[in-house]
Ligand binder design. Structure first.
Ligand code: FEO
Ligand code: CA
Ligand code: CA
Ligand code: CA
Length: 571
């Protein structure tokens, strides 16, 4: 019976079926509620912000932004805080109808800039459930114009200097904040992913730039047109013909102190510049700080940073995310692997150039090209880490010029990879700072009802738990791994029987995987964190379709709270 099945493994619920509707579903015995939607007030002055027509520019920097993504919880002096990313905007939704998602003036651009970035908010649970504490002094919006500090080995480099900031140490804004991380000292890490899409040029010819810039623009996909935000037409900072170094000030990991609303966010150049997914921070046995990071683009790499200094609780954290060595992963076909140090000796590049153009440094040492590294999460109960390799639908077709060839290889074994896989590695000597590891695939997603070959997935994939495009991922404190998907949800052809995007939970020891939640059609499920008492699980629903969650009007990306009906611990 289903109950016997639930009891036979570590999952305290009966797995749910797929869904194709515009709603959220959780197992029997659990419930969910909306906590925060795009446009909800974070401050009393923003009460009544009206998103019916996409929302006005006035107040757009005081409301919960759009398209929630990476999320972490913090407890400070009894306050439950959430720091959460707003990755991008659905321009067709939040610009006036009839503009086809195209900004018509500087106000439109300013509104888009305001609705992205990061929210820090206090939340509180009452008899009616969780809600935002709108008059909390901790509430804060960090957006595309918020002052930032640039620190670390590349700070002040010529490639980071602009007319407005001749020091190369003070920039504005954080961009395309995708995944997240949390430091042992209680700060939030927000990771800049597809920053290239915000830049464009009002002059056609990009080839008038010095060669170093041309190569860097090509490898990072910085073109003349951008991705439709059209910032460069209304805000000269984003016009690369006028400010050619501005794109070098994006693509970093940014540290935010959620407990101090007056603090200036810090861009850490020591962690390298690429299209960051998340930043998973662990400590080596000797106290050095290890940060695992993926670069989410076809054929790009997995990175690791190891600090020189060690973390001492209560001690100085200065330099722990900057003074150290950046590495890229090389996966051998015999299921061993090594971290290759990116140094002037190994790459032939200058120390700052290695960080600003980390992708080229990775190519120089022969890193393994990957099927789009998304979230990395480390098991708190074993010295191992997992990375979602979401998919690769165009192997061999390089997204940007200058990338490496992308043959099938050990952890990326399928020619056309519609489904994705999760690779995990166990560092030698149980030390995340060790330079060698063993790896295997925790799961290869697939569709066993359509294929009886490698596209049917690994043995822990069944018709009852199948999914595609693993993306978000987080271990809970019990050592179970939660997997969120961002894939094809048309439920047809190769994806028949997979339904909407979903969240599953896996047992790292047995390999078992069970479906826990399904999102509304059109959405991806991304972002996961727990309340301090672990009785509430916060889950992000990005780019939903239909009129979710209000049932009428525009769809609104939201954070939901999942609880057990008996208020027991979740996960
Ligand atoms: Fe923003 Fe790679 O997901
Ligand atoms: Ca993602
Ligand atoms: Ca994705
Ligand atoms: Ca997304």
């Amino acid at each position: 019976s289903a109950q016997a099945q639930a009891a036979a493994n570590r999952f305290p619920f009966t797995p749910i079926d797929i869904q194709t509707d515009f709603d959220v579903h959780v197992p029997e015995g659990y419930n969910w509620k909306v906590l925060a939607r795009w446009g909800d007030a974070l401050m009393p002055e923003a009460e009544g912000y009206d998103i019916t027509e996409g929302g006005p520019v006035a107040g757009s920097d005081m409301v919960f932004g759009e398209n929630t993504d990476g999320m972490e919880t913090f407890t400070f002096r009894g306050h439950q805080l959430i720091a959460i990313n707003h990755e991008y905007t659905n321009r067709g939704t939040n610009l006036p109808a009839g503009q086809d998602g195209t900004p018509a003036n500087a106000d439109d651009v300013r509104k888009l800039q305001n609705l992205q970035g990061v929210t820090v908010m206090e939340v509180r649970e009452s008899d009616n459930g969780w809600s935002i504490v709108t008059d909390s002094p901790f509430n804060r919006r960090i957006h595309h114009n918020t002052p930032m500090k640039i620190v670390g080995p590349a700070a002040g480099h010529d490639l980071l200097k602009t007319e407005a900031d001749p020091t190369g140490t003070e920039s504005l804004g954080t961009f395309n904040n995708c995944g997240s991380g949390k430091t042992p000292w209680g700060t939030y890490l927000t990771c800049e992913e597809n920053f290239n899409g915000y830049f464009g040029s009002t002059e056609e010819a990009q080839d008038q730039k010095p060669n170093a810039l041309v190569d860097g623009y090509a490898r990072y996909g910085i073109g003349a047109d951008g991705w439709g935000y059209d910032y460069h037409k209304w805000d000269a900072r984003f016009d690369t013909s006028k400010n050619p170094n501005e794109p070098h000030r994006a693509g970093w990991v940014v540290e935010i102190d959620p407990t101090d609303p007056t603090s200036t966010p810090v861009k850490h150049t020591g962690l390298g510049r690429f299209k960051h997914e998340n930043a998973e921070v662990v400590l080596a046995p000797d106290g050095r700080v290890v940060v695992y990071m993926g670069d989410d683009e076809r054929g790009e790499f997995l990175y690791r940073f190891v600090s020189n200094g060690t973390y001492q609780p209560g001690g100085s954290t200065e330099g722990l995310l900057d003074d150290g060595t950046l590495y890229v992963a090389k996966f051998n076909d015999d299921q061993t692997g090594e971290w290759l140090a990116l140094t002037p000796e190994t790459t032939g590049m200058g120390a700052a150039d290695i960080l600003i153009f980390a992708r080229m440094a990775g190519s120089a040492v022969g890193a393994t090209t990957m099927d789009r590294p998304e979230w990395i999460s480390a098991n708190p109960h074993a010295v191992e880490a997992y990375c979602c390799l979401t998919n690769n639908r165009n192997r061999g077709v390089k997204p940007n010029a200058g990338g490496d060839d992308t043959p099938v290889n050990g952890p990326n074994p399928r020619e056309t990879n519609h489904y994705g896989q999760i690779v995990r590695w166990k560092p030698h000597n149980d030390d995340h700072a060790a330079d060698t590891f063993d790896w295997d695939l925790y799961v290869m997603a697939g569709n066993p009802t359509v294929y009886d070959n490698i596209y049917g997935g690994s043995s822990n994939i069944t018709p009852g738990n199948m999914f595609n495009s693993p993306d978000g991922m987080a271990f809970d404190s019990n050592g179970l791994v939660w997997i969120q998907t961002d894939g094809d949800d048309d439920n047809e052809g190769d994806f028949e029987g997979m339904g909407n995007n979903q969240m599953l939970v896996g047992d790292p020891v047995t390999g078992e995987i069970a479906r826990f939640l399904t999102g509304p059609n059109g959405s991806e499920v991304t972002g996961l964190a727990w309340s301090a008492d672990r009785r509430s699980m916060f889950v992000g629903i990005q780019h939903p379709g239909g009129s979710w969650p209000d049932g009428e009007g525009l769809p609104r990306s939201s954070v939901i709270v999942v609880k057990r009906d008996d208020n027991g611990v979740v996960g």
